[in-house]
Design a protein. Structure first.
Length: 748
């Protein structure tokens, strides 16, 4: 697979540097963190392997608000020194957006802390505004063939905003934190949760760290927006979206090479000298309630309680990076950690032994690697973590193969590192036991486990991860391009209208539901309005025209809605037809004994699924489930189809699945067969067929090669063209009727 050829635009809340103003001057510091350092490694390698196509731009907040006099200089320096473009936000915006919606709403909720979650409308308003500001900033720098890769929960509305402005732009999105289950996600107010999902679905590719997050997202999209997926691909109204799992890797070579660098070895030796009497258990993370820091301390305390033989022989070296200073929960947690550390040290410490060595600071890269390599055990205990790169970094630095990793099953990385000692962080005695197991693990067992993990991490490193994501994105674009090529273009639209106008004998086969009108919640709600009826009448009465409404509905519904128009009617997918002014005729004699046996089965399935109902027609029957719980309905529909298929073997019946409907009908009776009856009647020089679901494919297949065949929606089809929605069909019919080339009804 190859990556897209265009310039890569990375968009994240923060830029890879922090700007600040010191003494009136701009000062830049490179920022740390997994996302930044991982992507930086990838971008560097991309430039080396493909200098020409390796061009990129990083768009994000520069970490400070500056007054207007410094903005120009910040823009210039960001571009020249960091290939970046700043998005300027003021203090109040950052307060409401970053500390507000991002970190007081989305972060706790997505990490399964609903009780910490604040649902403030002001936060939400700012979230929408800032996403819009990012979109505006991007507008100023985007070139036509750029590829945009949006990162993380701060910018979930951005993909849709970009797509609305630039439908052809290639947009990818990656979420670095967990995507929660439906039961958690639905706690967001209805409008917010819908807009977030719609926002994400503006992307062509959406990536998550683990299969669970992908599954949760697809489930939410189904239950909240009603989109089903096929092999993780969703067809939205305007484009296909691929949803997939890409577990983020680290720059393995960078960490393993650093471990043997002389300067880092020296730092390691100094640490070793200080800690020579102890086995070292290391933990490294940002200060965050999701990281399970207090659970870790409890686990360590439990270990000391139950293993006095280790007193004076083990230290827990706990490095915590300051984070989100000023947010109440974080300040409270910091105090709580300090108290717990004090309590453990007071309870177990001796003059020559402090059980917990706690540091609250950022550690530069060389010191971090020295810490990883000097430790006997790395203890990673998040209550929830999208991935957790620390666990991976620790393994990468263990070049001699030794070391024990104790890892929470709630971290995404536990899926990739099953050879670690996996624990549940809520169980303090399990943490204690895991520490014991790690301390006592024989060296060759440690090496065996670590080697397996190292091989995996080396193969699927951060460069592979980014390459995988971007080449999948390029693949989705190819599918999109193929679909776009089938959408009726403005030029083709005009040509179809021209052909219509210059022909003498015309027939229009028009499906109704989903084609001339959007699909409705109840079949009875789709009644045509006066405007639609007037349009059909004007087409049907134009000289040389035949109009045929060709539907899956029963005769009664078609009669009551269209009976007064001079049109032909086809009911029940072709079982019945009616030429204008004549009675209904059955296409061929059909036996209906099946009803006695099969209708009760449909009823049972309808009773079992609230919202489902049975529509009984003369020669067919339909089990509708548009209003039912979509997930349960999906299972039950599959079960029903299976059940019915077993019963109809050796009959002439057929079970078909339409849009949220399962139908039983006679095989060999379809819309195509019915249409042929009209085609045989006259020598038409303009034939048009329009439909929206699988039953209309029979119609398209029966049409002569010269016919204009149109499928509504962007699904794959035998039709010659796709139209986006029923409004476009109406627009085209209006162009036929009123003579204008393009109309208000929804021309492309
Ligand atoms: P984080 O929550 O920041 O990232 P993590 O994956 O552990 O969590 O990455 C932290 C990074 O910061 C690591 O690269 C580590 O080396 C560095 N770091 C941690 N403590 C440090 C310290 N004291 N000093 C210096 N550096 C330190 C979010 C998600 C994660 C997901 C990443 C990447 O919350 O679940 O793994 O994004 O997608």
């Amino acid at each position: 697979m190859t990556e897209p050829a265009g310039r890569l635009i990375i968009v994240s809340n923060r830029l890879p540097f922090n700007a600040s103003v010191e003494g009136g001057e701009l000062v830049f510091h490179e920022s740390a963190g997994g996302l930044v350092s991982g992507l930086a490694s990838y971008l560097h390698s991309r430039r080396q392997t493909a200098p020409l196509s390796g061009e990129y731009l990083w768009v994000g907040w520069p970490g400070t608000s500056v007054d207007d006099t410094l903005k120009e200089s910040l823009i210039q320096r960001a571009r020249d020194e960091f290939c970046s473009h700043p998005v300027f936000l003021n203090e109040e915006q950052m307060e409401q957006f970053y500390l507000g919606f991002c970190n007081a709403t989305l972060w706790p909720l997505f990490h399964y802390f609903p009780s910490y979650t604040e649902y403030k409308p002001d936060f939400w308003e700012h979230y929408k505004q800032i996403n819009q500001s990012f979109c505006n900033a991007l507008e100023n720098v985007l070139r036509p063939d750029d590829v945009v890769w949006v990162h993380d929960y701060h910018l979930m509305l951005l993909p849709r905003l970009l797509k609305v402005r630039r439908p052809r732009l290639s947009v990818g999105f990656f979420l670095h934190i967990p995507f929660p289950s439906y039961e958690i996600f639905r706690l967001l107010p209805g409008e917010w949760r819908r807009e977030i999902l719609e926002g994400l679905l503006g992307a062509d590719l959406i990536g998550f760290h683990t299969y669970e997050y992908t599954h949760h997202f697809l489930q939410c999209v189904l239950r909240i927006l009603g989109y089903e997926h096929h092999l993780s691909q969703i067809l939205t109204w305007d484009h296909p979206v691929k949803v997939d799992t890409f577990p983020m890797g680290i720059d393995f070579e960078k960490f393993s090479a650093a471990a043997v660098e002389p300067a880092i070895q020296r730092e390691r030796q100094e640490l070793k000298n200080t800690l020579s009497d102890f086995k070292v258990v290391l933990s490294v993370d940002r200060l965050d309630y999701s990281k399970g820091i207090s659970h870790r301390l409890e686990g360590f305390e439990c270990f000391l309680e139950s293993n006095p033989q280790y007193h004076g022989k083990v230290v827990l070296l706990m490095i915590v990076v300051p984070s989100r200073i000023g947010v109440v929960q974080y300040d409270r947690m910091k105090r709580q950690i300090e108290e717990m550390v004090g309590k453990i040290n007071g309870r177990f410490g001796r003059v020559h032994w402090t059980p917990v060595v706690y540091q609250y600071r950022h550690v530069p890269f060389p010191s971090l690697v020295a810490l990883y390599t000097v430790s006997d055990i790395c203890l990673v205990t998040p209550l929830r973590d999208g991935m957790n790169l620390v666990a991976k970094e620790y393994i990468a630095t263990r070049t001699d193969g030794t070391g024990g990793l104790v890892l929470s099953e709630m971290a995404g990385s536990a899926k990739e590192l099953p050879e670690a000692i996996i624990i549940n962080p809520n169980n303090r005695s399990e943490i204690a036991q895991a520490l014991m197991d790690a301390l006592e693990m024989p060296l060759d067992e440690q090496k065996k486990r670590n080697q397996i993990m190292q091989n995996r991490l080396r193969r699927y490193d951060v460069k592979r991860w980014a390459h995988d994501f971007l080449s999948t994105l390029a693949g989705v674009r190819d599918i999109h391009n193929r679909i776009e090529a089938k959408l009726l273009s403005p030029a083709e639209w005009s040509e179809v209208v021209r052909r219509y106008k210059t022909s003498r004998r015309r027939v229009l086969f028009l499906d109704y539901d989903g084609t001339l009108t959007p699909l409705a919640r109840y079949p009875t709600m789709a009644r045509p309005d006066d405007e639609k009826l007037a349009l059909l009448r004007s087409l049907a009465t134009a000289p040389g025209n035949d109009v045929v409404i060709i539907s899956g509905r029963g005769q009664h519904a078609l009669d009551s809605w269209f009976g007064a128009l001079p049109v032909g009617l086809v009911a029940e997918h072709g079982a019945w037809l009616k030429h204008f002014g004549q009675p209904w005729q059955l296409v061929k004699p059909l036996a209906n004994e099946w009803k006695q046996q099969l209708l009760p089965i449909l009823e049972i399935y309808a009773d079992r699924l609230p919202g489902a109902f049975v529509e009984k027609k003369e020669n067919s029957a339909a089990w509708h489930y548009r209003l039912a719980d979509p997930e349960q309905a999906g299972f039950l529909a599959a079960e029903l189809i299976d059940h019915l298929n077993n019963l109809i073997a050796k009959t002439d019946l057929q079970v078909i699945q339409g849009s949220k409907v399962v139908e039983i009908r006679h095989a060999g009776v379809d819309k195509g067969g019915a249409a042929l009856q009209w085609l045989a009647k006259s020598d038409y020089d303009f034939v048009l067929a329009a439909g929206d679901d699988s039953t209309d494919e029979d119609l398209f297949c029966a049409m002569p090669a010269s016919a204009v065949t149109l499928r509504v929606g962007i699904a794959g089809t035998e039709a010659r063209y796709n139209l986006r929605n029923s409004a476009e069909v109406i627009g085209l019919l209006q162009s036929f009727a009123n003579g204008s080339g393009l109309s208000s009804g929804g021309a492309p």
